[in-house]
Ligand binder design. Structure first.
Ligand SMILES: *[C@@H]1O[C@H](CO)[C@@H](O)[C@H](O)[C@H]1NC(C)=O
Length: 302
């Protein structure tokens, strides 16, 4: 019983003391409660039995209650730093993009070193529109900025009878606002269009138009490439009175074999580029049609 009391007491004192040196400061007496040595004042009440008679350590008490949950902390410093760095990175990216937009030439024509035709970054409207890549043709007499689309090869019109029974959408390599910005920075733009036909008409002057092309704002337009007057129902040969049937305004509108074609450039900057093509009158076993649409080509500075 006595030993138990002593070991408890020593535990309490141990808790009060500095854990590293086993010393405590109680009143004016400095003492070592286990190892009182000669020449040192030993408190007889606290250490009456001397160092050799130290008791066994007591049983370990029951586990304490779980502490209360602490207050919610502020976001850690590292979180804040990471967020700050992310913000700086995106600001830097934005600055880089702005620098690129304002340092890139507005069109191929603005590139000073015209040695190598190829793909270049251009920026026709750095305030409104992201810069984009276009093909620069420096071998032509006038530098050309070329925008391609997904229907660059000649394609057959599937079999169908009615006027405009077939439609093909045209998708460009860059966004429409980028194309429009280029058109507005250029003096002139053009796009080649051709219908190769065998007993398949384009406009046909009696009845509905069998074909059309779709402007950039979605309007169907009814003159063909090379018809400089832009009058509805006209192909290039109709303007000059040189169609294979002189009574018609398109070669294809003759509506019989053999094969012929109508072709030329569309040049209306407000309508370009072509976003769709409509055809019909290809259902008969002797009726065929094939269309070709060139890239959008712009030149000159505006
Ligand atoms: C570049 O322009 C020349 C002359 O107009 C033309 O022959 C050539 O096909 C063009 N090149 C490309 C890749 O568009």
């Amino acid at each position: 019983m006595y030993l138990k009391f002593l070991s408890m007491l020593s535990l309490i004192l141990g808790a009060l003391s500095q854990p590293d040196d086993g010393r405590s400061c109680l009143g004016n007496t400095v003492y070592n409660y286990f190892y009182g040595s000669e020449g040192q004042t030993v408190n007889p009440n606290l250490n009456p039995i001397g160092p050799q008679q130290q008791g066994k350590p007591g049983k370990i008490g029951p586990r304490g209650n779980k502490g209360e949950k602490g207050p919610k902390g502020e976001p850690g410093q590292s979180d804040n730093t990471a967020r700050e760095l992310d913000k700086m990175q995106s600001e830097l990216d934005e600055l880089k993009a702005k620098f690129q937009a304002f340092s890139a030439p507005p069109s191929c024509d603005h590139i000073s070193n015209k040695k190598y035709s190829g793909t270049y970054l251009i920026s026709p409207d750095p305030y409104q529109v992201a810069p984009f890549y276009a093909f620069c043709n420096f071998t032509s007499a006038e530098t050309e900025t070329v925008i391609e689309h997904d229907t660059m090869e000649e394609m057959a019109v599937p079999k169908c009878a009615a006027a405009k029974c077939f439609r093909r959408r045209i998708r460009y390599s860059v966004d429409m606002d980028q194309i429009v910005a280029l058109i507005e920075r250029s003096t002139s733009c053009r796009q080649y269009i051709k219908y190769r036909c065998r007993a398949s008409v384009i406009f046909y002057d009696t009845g509905p138009d069998y074909a059309s092309w779709v402007s950039r704002d979605g309007t169907q337009i009814h003159y063909w490439g090379g018809a400089t007057s832009r009058r509805s129902g006209y192909c290039a040969c109709g303007e000059t009175g040189t169609c294979v049937d002189s009574n018609k305004k398109c070669n294809c509108d003759r509506n019989t074999a053999p094969e012929t074609s109508d072709e030329g450039y569309l040049t209306d900057k407000d309508a370009l580029p072509v976003t769709g093509l409509f055809f019909g009158d290809t259902d008969g076993s002797d009726e065929f049609g094939w269309h070709t649409l060139g890239p959008l080509i712009c030149s000159g500075r505006q």
